[in-house]
Ligand binder design. Structure first.
Ligand code: B12
Ligand code: SF4
Length: 527
């Protein structure tokens, strides 16, 4: 069967700083290719709709499998479904990925017959099954694990057996020089582990994977890294190096193979402090940039997001990262309830520390607990605005004032890093990238003010809205059942047989145990 794996366009407000290869879709594409299908991959972050339509008309794929991780891409994915069906009425249009998994039925409704199936959960497991089922006719799709189709829903999605089985189909993306992350230009992505054992209220990473945590073998990571040509590497794990033993083993494999790259990763303050040695070791291997989700500067905010880290610990972690010479970016969540003085507090604090401070807006996503507690306060149901750069909840300040304060804060922070001292470094890096024919970083430097503008952000709220997100009680649901949050069934860390999970429990000295019980209590307490 001819399969086109398709990734939607970049989100407006993130394209300034990065464009990353669609790693999940590459894995799904490889799973189909391994079953003998003829597969092509098109990434609309680096290609146009015209390229897509040309491919549909000339190559005429039998099936199109679209990766929908980001809610803000929903309207584009639905419109493309309708256009694809107009051009290729016999083709099968399937959608999968993170966001799609939480809003499967509503996607079918919006698609009005143009979407044939939504595949929930890990795509490597379910897409090959769907393609196989198609051999017995379209009706057979409804029996596939994880499938949601107009003809009915299949059994719950299943986990893949091992993260080691497949290597992402990187060779299917011809324009790899397009992918970058700030100064890491060009940059490839890699996964060491999958899932997160914590349960922050605003996040759906843990509800997607049922709080499971799995690791790739160090040998497989080494093999994958050795095949990657890009010098910059983004480690996409939700929380890097939860298990120091795993981090050391990967590092040893990298040393054994003589691989030298520059790395960026995301982790938590408590993990950084608990596993100082592994981060110190990785600094020697090329770890240069790190993202820490601080989220709030006050105890009340940290409690509300169920971050399970105190501010003192976060500041201690920053201090430690600084001592290693790693460039750190931290994230703070701006609450719609903030007034001018709260923004000022953030500006004052951020100007006093050398780290990059990123501000995102508190946004309730389907699949998060926040969605269940906050979505009644939605002021916009336009999917495109669910990108954590817009505010979709009612604000204490008038909306235009909220955006003015937000952008002023972002500008102050941006200028801090483009100031005189920083400028010297920036020019050096820009010249170096240009010498190597990479222009993404240089383009990024000039884009900020054309994209971050409070008037544009406000104007986005006035665009005509073709598709609206369904509020939480759309299907008569009135009470939160914690189990309903999960895409993949919840796995207790204590009952899990997975070796990686057991190692995590052992490494935390069994402290994971009360955390699991506490989390269960917390979740059942949510109204
Ligand atoms: C790495 C990451 C990023 C990277 C980008 C990665 C990339 N290459 O595109 C960066 C840091 C740039 C990023 C940015 C953002 N991210 Co982000 N990100 C993640 C993270 C941590 C991991 C994603 C990943 O690569 N996983 C590894 C790969 C292998 O898995 P995967 O892509 O999910 O693919 C699997 C399944 O989804 C599925 N699948 C995927 N495609 C398809 C297609 C088909 C047909 C099928 C059947 C299945 C399928 O199968 C795959 C293999 O199992 C997730 C959290 C998470 N754990 O999922 C958040 C997450 C996806 N991001 C999120 C958000 C909000 C954002 C931002 C909007 C804001 C921000 N700053 O974080 C921006 C916008 C980015 C953009 N596209 O413009 C939210 C999404 C919320 C939502 N519902 O929209 C998540 C869930 C985190 C959270 N807070 O809950 N992100
Ligand atoms: S925010 Fe980070 S630590 Fe919290 S649940 Fe999501 S991935 Fe895990």
């Amino acid at each position: 069967m001819k399969l086109l794996a398709l990734h939607p366009s970049a989100l407006m407000y993130s394209r300034v700083f990065l464009r990353l290869e669609p790693l999940g879709l590459e894995l799904v594409a490889e799973a189909a290719r391994a079953r003998g299908h003829e597969v092509r991959l098109l990434d609309l972050q680096a290609a146009t709709h015209r390229d897509l339509f040309r491919l549909l008309d000339q190559w005429r794929p039998d099936a199109i499998a679209v990766g929908l991780n980001y809610l803000a891409n929903v309207p584009e994915v639905i419109d493309l479904a309708k256009e694809t069906k107009r051009r290729l009425p016999q083709s099968v249009y399937a959608v999968g990925g993170h966001s799609a998994s939480f809003i499967a039925h509503e996607l079918l409704e919006h698609g009005e017959g143009a979407i044939d199936a939504v595949l929930r959960g890990e795509g490597e497991a379910c897409l090959p099954l769907l393609l196989e089922a198609l051999g017995s006719g379209r009706d057979a799709m409804a029996a596939v694990a994880g499938a949601v189709t107009p003809g009915g829903d299949g059994p719950p999605p299943v986990f893949i057996e091992s993260l080691d089985t497949l290597l992402p189909a990187r060779d299917l993306l011809p324009r790899r020089s397009k992918y970058f992350l700030g100064v890491l230009d060009p940059c490839a992505s890699i996964e060491f582990t999958r899932g997160c054992p914590w349960d922050c209220a605003f996040c759906s990473a843990w509800t997607f994977y049922g709080r499971s945590y799995r690791a790739k073998s160090p040998e497989r990571v080494g093999e994958e890294l050795a095949r990657i040509r890009e010098p910059g590497i983004f480690i996409v794990d939700d929380v890097a190096f939860i298990q120091s033993k795993h981090g050391f083993a990967i590092g040893a494999e990298i040393e054994r193979r003589g691989i030298r790259k520059e790395y960026y990763l995301e982790t938590r303050a408590d993990v950084l402090l608990r596993n100082k040695d592994v981060f110190r070791y990785w600094k020697s291997l090329g770890l240069s940039y790190m993202f820490l989700g601080l989220e709030a500067l006050d105890a009340e905010g940290l409690e509300r997001y169920r971050k399970r880290v105190t501010l003192e610990k976060s500041l201690e972690a920053l201090e430690f990262a600084r001592s290693l010479g790693i460039m750190v970016a931290v994230n703070i969540i701006a609450d719609p309830d903030w007034d001018e003085s709260r923004f000022q507090v953030i500006r004052d604090w951020a100007l006093g520390i050398p780290e990059i401070v990123n501000i995102s807006v508190n946004t309730p996503y389907p699949g998060t607990e926040t969605w269940h507690t906050e979505s009644r306060r939605l002021t916009s149901r336009d999917y495109r605005l669910f990108d954590i750069q817009h505010c979709v909840l009612s604000t204490r300040l008038p909306l235009h004032r909220f955006y003015e304060e937000l952008v002023k804060t972002q500008q102050v922070l941006n200028l801090k890093h483009m100031g005189f001292g920083a400028l010297k470094d920036t020019v050096r890096i820009a010249a170096n990238r240009l010498l190597h024919g990479q222009t993404n970083f240089v383009k990024m430097l000039w884009k900020f003010s054309s994209v971050y503008d409070p008037r544009l952000q406000l104007a986005d709220h006035r665009q005509p809205v073709a598709y609206e997100i369904h509020p939480r009680d759309h299907h008569g649901e009135t009470r939160l059942d914690p189990r309903s949050l999960y895409v993949h069934k919840a796995v207790s860390r204590l009952r899990a047989t997975d070796a990686a999970t057991e190692a995590f429990v052992a490494e935390t000295g069994g402290r994971a145990a009360p955390a699991v019980a506490e989390a269960a209590r917390d979740r059942s307490a949510v109204p």
